[in-house]
Design a protein around this ligand. Structure first.
Ligand code: PLP
Length: 375
């Protein structure tokens, strides 16, 4: 069962739209649930980063007023055409001449395109790399920027520092790559898009405050040789939705320090299984257990050995079959990754109003609120 916290999604959206010194686009792949899309839109996020035709159609249908930006650098030609002619998409990203030619063909030489050239940057400060698959290399950037400038109404440069970037310097270093590319190509740039990568809070991963990221990005943007009216964009996925949802699972069996639970690698816990991500957990039992915490690992419900989550997950040592556990911070890349493999998984969702198990935003609001009182 999934617990949904609309107030947490709304709060994150307000935070970004008020404090990020540019435009916030939501990266839909992190969590495409229609309720979340509507919540973000209602709280000021009007632009959506989509990567496939299914995402284009979903957002167009769910939030008809939204602006869509097709930011996958490798697209099917018919997807570009439908996005442009049927859904009014005008912003596309690319990282090769072939893709540029595809976009020009599919839109029949449209003269109203914003084209963002994706540069390859380092993922060294991030927990999940996005550095090897996409992005023009420094020696490719010059010609690509030059050619794209000629085809575009507005020219952008974008990048992605990798997901869960643990330090603002990831962005500062990427912006130095952007500067070098602009200087070398000597083109006028209208948009700088710093992509996603903004972190959330997980056990063992406590990033600096988001304001520090925003300040670093703003400073770097201000010093770039871009056009006077250039815009700054970001595409947060994780940071806007990590706090939005958590999962309630049941312990079906206990074997020593291993708990067999009814969700796993093929459900909402892909990251916990495949990349060893740790999530906060809490035993849901009344009255609360007063036994000391113990480290546990989890097995998911399928018949597959890989359906294993090493954790460690700290739970009271007397946890047993029949107990329910809440696994927090699963709003990003949790339900989005679910499959029905082996017949497991549940679509049941319940809206709750309590606080997420960790938050980058709750403390900020409290801090602001207490400032108001002391003033
Ligand atoms: C995945 C992705 C994002 C979102 O990344 P997060 O790390 O979740 O913020 C943004 N832009 C692009 C192009 C992506 O592929």
């Amino acid at each position: 069962m999934t617990l949904i916290r609309p107030h947490a999604g709304a709060r994150a959206a307000r935070f970004f739209t008020e404090k990020f010194p540019g435009r916030t686009m939501y990266a839909v792949k992190a969590n495409p649930s229609p309720e979340l899309l509507a919540t973000l839109y209602d709280n000021g996020v009007t632009h959506f980063d989509v990567a496939s035709l299914a995402e284009v159609r979903l957002v167009a249908r769910t939030v008809p007023g939204a602006t869509l930006c097709f930011m996958h650098p490798v697209k099917a030609e018919e997807a570009i055409a439908e996005a442009y002619f049927t859904h009014g998409v005008r912003v596309f990203s690319l990282d090769s001449i072939e893709e540029l030619e595809k976009i020009v063909r599919a839109t029949r030489n449209a003269s109203d395109l914003t084209l963002c050239v994706r540069l390859r940057v380092s993922s060294e400060h991030s927990k999940l790399s996005l550095a090897s698959k996409f992005g023009a290399l420094p020696h490719e950037a010059r010609e690509l920027l030059f050619r794209t400038r000629q085809a575009a109404d507005a020219l952008g440069i974008c990048f992605h520092v990798g997901s869960q970037a643990m330090t603002p310097s990831a962005y500062a270093e990427a912006m130095e790559r952007v500067r070098a590319a602009i200087v070398e190509a000597a083109v006028t740039v209208d948009v700088i898009d710093v992509g996603g990568g903004f972190p959330s809070v997980y056990p063992g991963m406590e990033p600096p405050a988001l304001e520090a990221y925003f300040e670093t990005i703003h400073r770097a943007f201000e010093s770039l040789p871009v056009s006077y009216s250039a815009e700054l964009w970001a595409e947060p996925g994780r940071a806007l939705c990590a706090e939005y949802a958590s999962l309630v699972v049941r312990v079906e069996k206990r074997r020593g320090a291993e708990l067999y639970i009814n969700d796993g690698a093929y459900g909402a816990l892909f990251d916990a299984a495949h990349i060893g991500w740790r999530f906060p957990v809490a035993l849901l039992r009344e009255p609360e257990s007063d036994v000391r915490d113990h480290p546990f690992s989890f097995y998911g419900p399928t018949c597959d050995d890989m359906d294993h989550m090493a954790g460690p997950f700290l739970l009271p040592a007397d946890v047993q079959a029949g107990d329910y556990i809440e696994i927090g911070m699963l709003g990003a890349y949790g339900s989005a990754m679910r499959t029905a493999f082996n017949g497991f998984g549940s679509d049941e969702t319940v809206i709750v109003t309590d606080e997420p198990m960790a938050s980058l935003y709750a403390d900020v609001e409290r801090r602001v609120a207490s400032n108001v009182v002391t003033l």
